[in-house]
Write a protein that binds this ligand. Structure first.
Ligand code: NAP
Ligand code: MN
Length: 268
């Protein structure tokens, strides 16, 4: 089994990375930067976002595993104390990676600018926000005009991203077995003149939505932790991606348990 490991860069995450590499070498795992079977992250969910974008061209073949060195993460859900156990699972000759992989939907984002078109995949979400003024954007669903949104921004999230920015925007938490994207408003202006839906909407696979920002508007587009500033966007299309991201689970940790541990805790 070939692996690659990346970390958040703080001292603890770096030390843990060294420990992992030593154990991995002893157990015959091969470090491979180009075509690993498993990408291990040490840090937080943000570290997983970086790993996802580093290897987004190999999503079909590799699987991710996250170790958290801070609070429990949604992607980074292995404790530092479980490091030995993880290396053992990865190096066990009886381990068939395919049997331990869970697949989560991701979002496909097509950015149409005046003279180029770009495609990205988002693990958490894309957001569109105004830079100097309120964002004004027309939202079409399946090529039909739905509304013109005015406010701070729009967040379009994946199921596994629903616990991130989407949650702060008041969106629902979606189980990653559902192939959907969720459109949530960020502080919309609603009065006699401006009107948008107000609640979040969930689109199934094979539906798509397009955002048409008002002409010449300076906008901030984020795709996970990546940020882009544009003033020449014609439209941005979002839909459930044709690919999925693969996580090597090795041991059960149900999504709703992670939600409870992260947001509710053990109290009454
Ligand atoms: P960051 O500012 O360090 O991340 C913000 C927080 O979001 C961190 O606590 C991060 O966890 C957590 N997070 C990331 N993915 C998550 C997920 N799927 N479920 C629950 N929490 C999650 O920046 P970053 O680490 O590069 O992460 C970028 C993400 O931050 C974006 O994708 C967006 O979802 C989120 N964000 C949220 C808000 C908001 O809620 N108002 C605003 C901006 C960005 P770790 O500490 O483990 O990294
Ligand atoms: Mn972070």
């Amino acid at each position: 089994m070939k692996y690659y490991i990346l970390n958040r860069g703080d001292q603890y995450s770096q030390e843990l990375t060294q420990t992992f590499k030593t154990l991995a070498r002893q157990r015959g795992l091969i470090w491979d930067q180009e075509e690993p079977d498993i990408v291990v992250t040490v840090g937080g969910d943000g570290t997983m976002l970086q790993a996802f974008h580093t290897f987004s061209d190999q999503l079909d073949r590799l699987a991710f595993v996250g170790i958290h060195t801070g609070h429990l993460g949604f992607y980074a859900d292995w404790k530092p104390s479980e490091l030995h156990q993880l290396v053992e699972r990865m190096s066990d000759p009886d381990t068939r990676l395919e049997q331990h992989v869970v697949k989560y939907p991701i979002a496909e984002v097509q950015i149409n600018r005046i003279d180029e078109s770009l495609t990205y995949y988002a693990l958490n979400e894309l957001t569109l926000r105004g830079i100097h003024a309120t964002l004004v954007v027309q939202l079409n669903v399946n090529d039909q005009r739905f509304e013109t949104f005015r406010g701070d921004g729009i967040c379009i999230s994946t199921p596994s991203g629903s616990t991130a920015y989407n949650k702060s925007a008041g969106g629902a938490i979606i189980h990653p077995s559902l192939e959907t994207i969720q459109i949530a408003e960020i502080a919309s202006i609603n009065n006699k003149v401006y009107r948008s839906l107000g609640s979040s909407m969930i689109l199934p696979k094979h539906h798509h939505c397009d955002l048409y920002p008002k002409a010449n508007q300076k906008i901030l587009l984020s795709i996970d932790h990546l940020k882009f500033e544009y003033d020449d966007i014609i439209s941005i299309r979002a839909m459930v991606g044709d690919k999925k991201v693969r996580f090597a689970r090795f041991r059960p940790f149900p999504f709703w348990n992670r939600v409870k541990e992260a947001f509710i805790g053990d109290g009454e």
